[in-house]
Design a protein. Structure first.
Length: 446
């Protein structure tokens, strides 16, 4: 069943007419100007046909004939725009033809008093020129319209003597048409352009929402240009593909892009599920934050849960598993600065020692494991089984960190109820690296 209203059908017709001159490589500004031209020319066709009828009724053959020619000229202009896709020649032709037609119509009606303000139709040209051209050329078109009005005043006596009207003063209905006709066309044009502007704003805002957190996008839309907020407590997740250099050396660029797209798209869905904010990707690294831009008390748990599920997701993806891909993931918690700076290519980013520490947790981590900083450990409850690890971290010295093994993590992230919840937790994760310490590292059970 067709639920479209007459207005919906009319709007669809206008949109299809507006797009007849589009080219795939047109920029947004040129496309809007082409649309405005097509809408204006299309609206002038029925208006001029009504003038044909008026010319016949009041016995002014010059008015009827010139209106027929003008309607045909507008149809030819639309056809030229549709076929040639050339904006400048068509718009100049429409403007010049329209101004000449208005002056001829004024003469055909018998001058100023008899014409019922018919010169008002000429205002469509300079108003449209504001959209079609730059400021200087639009003023030139207004100058042309002003010159036409002055010429009509100067030549009015001659026009009246050569083509005397059927009346001394134009009837009210003619005044009404001459005032309302161009007003309707200008209103239709302005409403269409304004609708396109609002649509562009909506698309722009949606683009901001695609690359920025909603609260940050709203602040930018309100005019803020440098946004830097202090968050006293947040958690940052860094993830990196192990031996990505070797993978890149043995994969085609297309395969490499498909692999990264598969991994990062999965991570994006995990971030949304856990209420995390994706910050950026750097090569094969993925960065996300919990607790910014919106504060949350459980940011440490959310970050660790996402980190664990990142490992699990890669293990579930058959193609990645067959390639032997593994991750290193690090988490750190603490104060951060987050925001948007600059004027172009906005991106929401985070800074501070906590961010650097999360990066260190990842780079000094173990494949297939989540390494968390002491600042994150302090904010977790006892439902996590952690393996203590001492690592000599550049710029930090010896630091006690903690490992979470994703293989057993679901036992703690999906805690059972009732009697099962009282079961004792293992002191050390099965398969932890404590039996095979790396040089310079020691392990203990947390």
């Amino acid at each position: 069943m067709d639920l479209a209203t007459p207005y919906d059908r009319f709007r669809d017709l206008v949109n299809r007419l507006a797009a007849i001159g589009d080219l795939p490589d047109d920029d947004a500004d040129l496309r809007l100007r082409k649309h405005a031209l097509a809408v204006t020319a299309g609206a002038l066709v029925p208006a001029s046909l009504l003038w044909v009828l008026i010319g016949v009724v009041i016995h002014r053959p010059l008015l009827a004939t010139s209106s027929v020619y003008f309607a045909a000229a507008m149809l030819v202009s639309l056809a030229a725009l549709a076929r040639l896709k050339a904006f400048e020649p068509v718009v100049r032709g429409v403007g010049i033809t329209g101004m000449l037609y208005v002056f001829v119509g004024h003469v055909a009606l018998g001058g100023l008093a008899a014409g019922g303000a018919s010169l008002t139709w000429g205002i469509v040209a300079p108003v449209s020129a504001v959209l079609y051209f730059d400021r200087r050329r639009s003023l030139n078109w207004f100058g042309g319209y002003a010159a036409m009005v002055i010429a009509a005043i100067v030549l009015d006596g001659l026009v009246v003597s050569l083509l005397p009207a059927n009346w001394e003063i134009a009837p009210i209905w003619l005044f009404a048409y001459n005032l309302l006709g161009p007003a309707i066309i200008v209103l239709m044009l302005v409403r269409y352009v304004d609708g396109q502007r609002l649509e562009a704003q909506t698309q722009s805002r949606q683009l901001l929402l695609d690359v920025l957190p909603a609260s940050i996008a709203e602040r930018l839309a309100r005019g803020e240009r440098m946004i830097a907020d202090q968050h006293p407590s947040a958690s940052v997740v860094f993830a990196d593909v192990v031996d990505f250099t070797g993978l890149a050396a043995n994969a085609t660029p297309r395969d490499l892009l498909l692999i990264l797209n598969q991994i990062f798209s999965t991570f994006d869905r995990l971030a949304a599920r856990h209420g995390m904010e994706k910050i950026k990707t750097i090569g094969d690294a993925y960065v996300a934050v919990a607790g910014a831009p919106v504060a949350r008390e459980d940011h440490a748990r959310a970050a660790v849960e996402m980190a664990v599920e990142m490992h699990r997701a890669v293990a579930r993806l058959g193609g990645l598993r067959r390639r032997g891909l593994k991750l290193r993931v690090g988490v750190a918690s603490g104060p951060i600065t987050a925001g948007v700076i600059g004027e172009n290519r906005w991106a929401y980013d985070v800074w501070g020692d906590t961010v650097n520490l999360a990066a260190r947790m990842e780079s000094y981590g173990l494949p297939g494991m989540v390494q968390i900083a002491p600042s994150t450990r302090e904010q977790l409850d006892d439902s996590f089984a952690l393996t203590l690890r001492t690592v000599d971290i550049k710029g930090k010295g010896l630091m006690a960190t903690y490992l979470v093994d994703p293989a057993t993590a679901p036992l703690f992230y999906h805690r059972p109820s009732g009697a099962a919840a009282a079961e004792p937790m293992p002191e050390q994760l099965p398969g932890s690296p404590s039996s095979e310490p790396m040089p310079g590292e020691a392990y203990a059970t947390a």
